[in-house]
Design a protein around this ligand. Structure first.
Ligand code: ASP
Length: 417
């Protein structure tokens, strides 16, 4: 079995879906599980519905109408005179969504999020399965919620590997082309859960693991994994081969090309991962597998914007050691701050954090009862793997002030203004 994954950008419109069909025809065929995200920016659009549900219920209907219209215009483009049957299937899904909005009693925002946002993937896969069938590729639409079994930690659910593996093995037969949704699963009460934003890569890895697949291919709008994000850095270069370990490191430091959770299951079974261009499917792209760290070997740049640098020092000149460090970490965990970098000296402790849930003022207030705290907001965190002096100069010459630097043998990190 092969597992393919198509992200939102690759299926953002009718042409994207036509292109997906071409790729499956040339490279997939039978014995392929195709994992698909929501079309284009539909997950963001559905997040706006959740926002409206809690903050401005009178605007929900408008949001839903817009999302429906977006899908319908692409259905018209793909199916022309035959659009009616597909539209009716999609309308059923929108009806389900509206029914949930009307009847839900739960005030749990994350629960509501998962029940609503999951419709992006349900709709995209419904349209794509219908299109593939219409083109003569016999396709089975599989509801990932029946396969990907998780706990009830809504918005970032954790997998029940045993159950998931058993269900997938039973559901996926050989000699089939299967279309399923990325990102979504269900808990033990069969309520929908999601695996975290960009979680469709992870879904592909879950299916591959359960099926002992021969490979996973992520089809993207870039030629493969580059040594930096081309939207941020100039002169980026394609990496031909990356070891699992290096890919996990890059994902950890924030390289956005592969979802961090994806690599672990693949590495455990040594299933190779290919990242390829959906525009040029014949090109080799990047292979992530057991093997050499990086080919070609070169510095890799990662930028995380909008971080917070907190510097804490003791109020009475006492050392910051185990007890105070563990108190700091307990608070960082409590306020859901993701720690990106730490550095300490005898009486000071610095930490670069991602303030994902906007809880910084509360955190600082608590910290100030124990420490003198300085906060630098909206700072940049640059990471260079396999750095050399020239690579470092590229960052240092951009006129930004370096607030903190940390080096290990392979990696340098700079917090700048
Ligand atoms: N549709 C989800 C998102 O946009 C999952 C994914 O695309 O991987 O985050």
């Amino acid at each position: 079995m092969k597992v393919f994954k198509f992200g939102g950008a690759s299926v953002k419109d009718a042409n994207g879906i036509r292109n997906l069909y071409q790729v499956i025809q040339k490279k997939g065929g039978q014995d392929t599980v195709v994992v698909v995200s929501a079309m284009g920016k539909m997950t963001n659009a559905l997040e706006a519905v959740v926002e409206a549900y809690f903050e401005a219920p009178e605007t929900i209907a408008t949001h839903i109408t817009q999302i429906q219209a977006y899908h319908f215009s692409h259905i018209d483009d793909l199916f022309g005179a035959e659009a009616k049957a597909v539209k009716s299937q999609v309308l059923d899904l929108f009806q389900e969504l509206k029914d949930f909005v009307k009847t839900n009693k739960s005030p749990n925002r994350s629960f509501v999020y998962d029940q609503l946002v999951s419709f992006g993937e349900l709709v995209s896969t419904t349209i794509i399965a219908a299109y593939l069938n219409a083109q003569g590729i016999e396709t089975i639409w599989l509801d990932a919620r029946n396969c990907v079994k998780t706990d009830a930690y809504y918005r970032d659910a954790n997998l029940d590997w045993e159950k998931t593996q058993a269900v997938i093995k039973a559901a996926v037969k050989r000699k089939q082309t299967i279309i399923t949704q990325g990102f979504i699963g269900s808990d033990s009460n069969n309520f929908t859960t999601t695996l975290g934003r960009e979680g469709s890569d992870y879904t592909a890895a879950i299916f591959a693991y359960a099926l002992d697949a021969e490979s996973v291919t992520i089809w993207k709008d870039v030629p493969g994994v580059l040594n930096a994000d081309p939207r941020v850095f100039d002169n980026t270069q394609l990496l031909h081969q990356i070891s699992y370990r290096e890919a996990i490191e890059l994902a950890y430091y924030g390289a956005s090309v592969i979802h961090p959770k994806t690599l672990q299951p693949l590495q455990r079974k040594e299933i190779p991962l290919f990242v390829k261009s959906f525009v040029k499917p014949e090109d080799p792209g990047t292979s992530v597998s057991k093997g050499q760290t990086l080919i070609p070997y070169m510095p890799c740049f990662i930028l995380k914007k909008d971080q917070v640098l907190l510097r804490m020092s003791s109020l009475d000149f006492s050392f910051i050691v185990e007890d105070s460090i563990s108190a700091i970490f307990a608070l960082l965990h409590q306020y859901q701050m993701r720690v990106e970098l730490i550095q300490n000296s005898a009486i000071s402790f610095s930490v670069c954090i991602h303030n994902k849930y906007n809880r910084l003022p509360e955190l600082i207030k608590e910290l100030e009862s124990k420490f003198k705290v300085t906060a630098h907001q909206s700072v940049n965190l640059y990471t260079i793997r396999h750095f050399d002096e020239r690579a470092l100069d590229r960052i240092l010459n951009n006129g930004k002030k370096v607030l903190l630097e940390q080096r290990t043998q392979e990696t340098i990190q700079l917090v700048t203004t």
